[in-house]
Design a binder for this molecule. Sequence first.
Ligand SMILES: Cc1ncc(COP(=O)(O)O)c(C=O)c1O
Length: 392
Amino acid sequence: METQYGFDVVVNRRNTNCGRWDTMDKKYGKSDMIHLGVADMDFKAPEEIRNALHDVLDMGVLGYTDLSDKFFISIQRWYKKQYNMDIPREWIVFCPRINIASSISVETYTEKGDGVIMHTPAYGPLQNAILKNGRRMLASPLKKNGERFEMDFEYMESLVDEHTKMMIMCNPHNPTGRAWTKEELVQAADFCKKHDLILFTDEIHGDLMKAGVKHQTALSVSEDINDRLILASSPTKTFNIPGVIVSYMIIPNEKLRNIIEADIDRIGMHNPTIFAVTAVEKAYTECDDWYEAVKKYIDDNETFTREFFAEHFPEFHIYPREGTYLLWFDYKKTGLNEQQMEEWFLEKANVSVYMGSVFGEAGNGYIRLNIASPRSMLEEAYNRMLKVWKDW
Ligand SMILES: Cc1ncc(COP(=O)(O)O)c(C=O)c1O
């Protein structure tokens, strides 16, 4: 039982316009379904953040807000503490959301019709950053090497033509949970250099690593890659504050930075919300213990899940999770197709997860399950599933 931070407490998030619970209830026409799909945590954010946001509200005037010195210093502190990296302040560019950062980066650094390489299966909004901006998505399915999903450099080579301008990476990778190693990142960086591609890397899950696995940020790869690197990150996944809406990019190359800053300014996205700056300052400077504890709780949830599935659902294969709080299951051995699998979850068990096809064709035969919930909730979900397993 976890008592210090309340991770075991089930918080009723319904009737709060909650994306994970209310929107999914509406989608499936249910009011008592357990939702393990949307990627936020069911845990309360650290008390330090919540108290500071109370203070913001108590002042009472909810006016326009600007970035503070501490906003930058906090990000610099975090990178120094977690990754032993010194990030020059001027490299940091505020952006409200990573989903905006990815879309605006594609729009800014490529032209309509250009090709952008994307590893699949892939988080939907990263795909949309390419597709909805009228660029060509050059999908490069990750290939399996034993238990590992890996980038297929040979195939990536075959995708490149003179209109290929960018590669988008997700590190650690949503949905497979892979964390790219230094060697893989060096190879990716070399590939981008060889073909003169901008490298956009979404590292929003980078702080949420499994014990024993180190997050390799693309920033640590080589000076070389920094010239063409757009890194996007945020404390929102790490500290479960995505509703605050805040993220940032780290862009070492001044020219690339100036262009995107001008674009952010052009579309009027330069002010953070009144909560954003305070949340980042607190998260990155005063919540280290909560952060260590939440990672441990997630790791233990993984162990619990693996044990449950090994005992009751051996037909499911769970891939190794190196980072994120998402587990990637291969269900092909069950012999069920996606429609049947979904029926089991939604109609029989009353539990929702993300079907793999949400992440594109390469996701067929898989599901993604979010384990960042109180253990009792996972237990109830898995027992619901067990009760009706093969009940047809
Ligand atoms: C890989 C990845 N990038 C970005 C986001 C969303 O980030 P933001 O809320 O800052 O747009 C998510 C959320 O699930 C994600 O998994």
